[in-house]
Design a protein around this ligand. Structure first.
Ligand SMILES: NC(=O)c1ccc[n+]([C@@H]2O[C@H](COP(=O)([O-])OP(=O)(O)OC[C@H]3O[C@@H](n4cnc5c(N)ncnc54)[C@H](OP(=O)(O)O)[C@@H]3O)[C@@H](O)[C@H]2O)c1
Length: 289
C-alpha cells in the first residue's frame, strides 16, 4: 500500500517528523542535518503558529515545515514529540488515529511516561522516552533513552542514532528517569549556579565582571574536559590541585563546613521526588536495565 502523500512520496524508513519545533526540536533537526545523520529531505518539523513554521522553513532549508501534525505523522516513519509536557495531551489527541503500529514514537518531554503516550497510539506501537538536557543546543547533550512496553532493541537503536548526533546517549530503564531528570536533566542549572557564585566570588576579590566571567568559564570548561578526557576519578583530579597546607584545602574546609556536599545530595534527592510527583502516566512494571 505505502503511505502516499500529496507529493506522491512513499514513506521511507529514514523519514523523521519532529512535532513541536521549538528550541529543542530545532536544535535536534539542525544537529541531525549537520552531522549527516539525515538529509533535510528526510525530515519534517511542525509548529503551532504559521509564523514559526515560516521561521523553521527559512532556517532549515529542504526540511518539510508544516502546521499539520497529521500530515507529518502520515509522512514519517519515526515521530519525535518535542512539545512541552503541558501540550503533550492535546498533541496526542490530534494525532491519535494517524499513528500506525509500524512507526516508532519517541517522546522528548520531561515527565511524560511511555505509558501515557501508549494510551493514544495503536496497541503494539513502540514508544521510546528520552530525557535530554539543554546542551543539546551546542551538540553536547546527555540523553537517556528508555523503552516503553513495545519498544525493542532496534527501536532503541534508532533513538540512539538520532540523539547521538547532538551528544552522548545512554540506555536505562524508565524507572531511573526521575533520577536522570534530577541529575543530568536539571544538572546544567546547578553548574550555572556554581558559575554564578564563583563569578561573584571573583568580584568580591576586586576583579572586574569581564575578567571574572572569563576566569570561571574557562576553568569550568577545562575541568569538565579533564573529567571527560582523562577518565580519572574526580577525587583524584581534585587531589592534584590540593597541596598539603595550601590554599585549595583551606577553601575545601569551608565548602565542607558549609555542607555543600550534603546540600547537593539533598537538593538532587528533592528534585528526583519532585520529578516523580510531576510525572504523567503510570509507573512501568518490572522493566529492568
Ligand atoms: N529546555 C530544556 O532544557 C529541556 C531539557 C530536556 C527536555 N526538554 C523537553 O523538550 C521539550 C521541548 O522543550 P523546548 O524548550 O524546546 O520548548 P519550546 O521552545 O516551547 O518548544 C515547544 C514547541 O512546541 C510547539 N507546539 C506546542 N504545541 C504544539 C502542537 N500541538 N503542534 C505543533 N507544535 C506545537 C510550540 O509552539 P509555540 O511556539 O506556538 O508555542 C513550541 O514551538 C519539552 O517537553 C521539555 O520537557 C527540554
Amino acid at each position: 500500500m505505502g503511505h502516499v502523500m500529496a507529493n506522491d512520496q512513499v514513506t521511507n524508513e529514514r523519514t523523521v517528523a519532529f512535532l513541536g519545533g521549538g528550541r529543542m526540536g530545532e536544535a535536534l533537526v539542525s544537529g541531525l542535518i549537520r552531522s549527516g545523520g539525515r538529509s533535510a529531505g528526510e525530515i519534517a518539523v511542525t509548529a503551532r503558529r504559521e509564523e514559526r513554521v515560516r521561521e523553521l522553513a527559512d532556517r532549515l532549508p529542504g526540511v518539510m515545515a508544516t502546521i499539520s501534525n497529521p500530515d507529518a505523522v502520515r509522512w514519517a516513519q519515526t515521530i519525535v514529540l518535542t512539545v512541552k509536557p503541558q501540550d503533550m495531551q492535546a498533541l496526542l489527541e490530534e494525532i491519535r488515529g494517524e499513528v500506525r503500529p509500524d512507526q516508532l514514537v519517541i517522546t522528548f518531554a520531561a515527565g511524560i511516561r511511555t505509558s501515557f503516550v501508549e494510551r493514544f497510539v495503536p496497541s503494539g506501537t513502540p514508544v521510546v522516552r528520552v530525557m535530554s538536557n539543554v546542551p543539546v543546543l551546542v551538540d553536547e547533550a546527555m540523553s537517556v533513552i528508555s523503552p516503553g512496553s513495545h519498544a525493542e532493541d532496534k527501536h532503541l537503536a534508532v533513538a540512539e542514532e538520532l540523539l547521538s548526533t547532538v551528544g552522548r546517549v545512554l540506555r536505562l530503564s524508565e524507572k531511573h528517569q526521575d533520577a536522570v531528570t534530577a541529575t543530568s536533566g536539571s544538572g546544567p542549572a546547578y553548574f550555572f549556579l556554581l558559575a554564578e557564585a564563583m563569578i561573584e566570588a571573583c568580584i568580591l576579590l576586586g576583579l572586574s565582571r569581564d575578567v571574572a566571567t572569563e576566569l570561571i568559564i574557562q576553568t569550568m570548561v577545562g575541568s569538565a574536559k579533564m573529567l571527560r578526557d582523562t577518565g580519572r576519578h574526580p577525587v583524584e583530579l581534585r587531589e592534584m590541585v590540593t597541596s598539603p597546607g595550601g590554599t585549595t584545602i583551606m577553601a575545601i574546609r569551608h565548602l565542607e563546613q558549609a555542607g555543600v556536599r550534603a546540600a547537593f545530595l539533598n537538593a538532587i534527592d528533592a528534585a528526583c521526588k519532585r520529578s516523580a510527583e510531576l510525572a504523567i502516566g503510570h509507573e512501568p512494571e518490572g522493566r529492568e536495565d
